[in-house]
Design a binder for this molecule. Sequence first.
Ligand code: ADP
Length: 441
Amino acid sequence: MYYPFSWFKHLSRLAGFILLAVLIGLWVDHLATTLAIATLILLLSNYWQIYRLNRWLWHSKRMTPPKTKGLWEHIYEGIYYLQRRNRNKRKELGALLRRFREGSEALPDAAVVVDANAAIVWCNRLARIELGLRWPDDAGRRIDNLLRHPQFIEFFHSGDFDHPIEIPSPSGSQKIFEYRMMPYGDKHVLLIARDVTRLTQLEQMRKDFVANVSHELRTPLTVLNGYLELMPTADDMPPAFREKAFNEMGEQARRMQSLVEQLLILSRIEASAERVYEKVVDVPTVLATIASEANSLNKEKQHTLTYDIDESLRVYGIETELRSAFSNLLFNAIHYTPAPGNIHIIWRQEKGCAYFAVEDDGEGIAEKHLNRLTERFYRVDKARSRKTGGSGLGLAIVKHVLNHHNSALEIQSQVGEGSRFSFRFAPDLTVKSVARKAEKS
Ligand code: ADP
């Protein structure tokens, strides 16, 4: 219980004590001795209180002060009050620190705090995982002894932290990290490392893509320009040359048109927000249309095309996209199989999934190419693909379509024996209609 301090009360108590001692001294006729004894009692009682205070401060686990009265009670209460205030402050600071640490742990980036001597003060969980730091073992160790990439060391010691740097992950993985340094407070530096692998890959892809498209367009444009430059001067152009020139120019113009169309299809599929689960696609009917297009494409080569189609099997999906995937695979087989070949088209149900495959007995593809076939503009044989009017985008389109339908293209191929391009739709996209089967039979 807190009482306001009163000098008057304490001094009157002291005066009362001294007066009592004087009275006793006068009464026993030994004033000096009595006063000396009273002073000794006063001194001893104060020593006793100092001893209790010392024991409470240093040896007692109790927070509450020992019980006493008078001036000492006030001193104990004061100390107790200060202790409580400090304890609350400590608690608040602890909670603040905990919240800061929790917030930093939730950061999507690796964060490390280093002091003026480059020693690690603290690091978050991602810094341990991505930068390979150990906590608390690495606390106090120099950061430039642990992150040894020369570019990082140069950046760290340059003191110029205006621009971030990008360097490979120190853990030896394929990741690329962007390092940013932010000096703050008492010569401390906050290091933030962000995984930018995807961004760098996208940037590289964008550069490759622009380079590839320009390259693809340059060849037909060069041919067209060449003929156009010849035209005005060639008044007496032989009819055979004229015909060749027009044929060639037409072919190159068609090539550019097909390239642009394929690019548009690809970008439409990439940007498509259409939902796969909304409409059922009548795949057998789509395949029937593609089959008649395939027949006209096959006029020259006269391959034998055989179909194994389950007429009752349909899927949820986006018709235009699926049509593009089916036709790319079938037309590729017709283009790349030497005449006369055998091409087999399958659309059936397997283990609850809808399964599509195009098999041919063409020349096959060497294994080293298989993983790269779905990359944009990748061709096994550039000259041959150009001859067939190929843009190198067909399988990239198929890959994107299948991705959109939660599926993936499987390519099996043996050089000299042929290839099989196949994919399957998950059971929840597959629709088996009994009525349709009955109606057809
Ligand atoms: P393109 O437009 O050049 O045909 P694609 O992306 O459709 O491009 O195909 C990529 C490459 O894969 C082709 O250039 C070709 O070399 C190879 N390819 C595709 N299908 C077949 C197949 N059925 N048989 C052999 N090679 C094929």
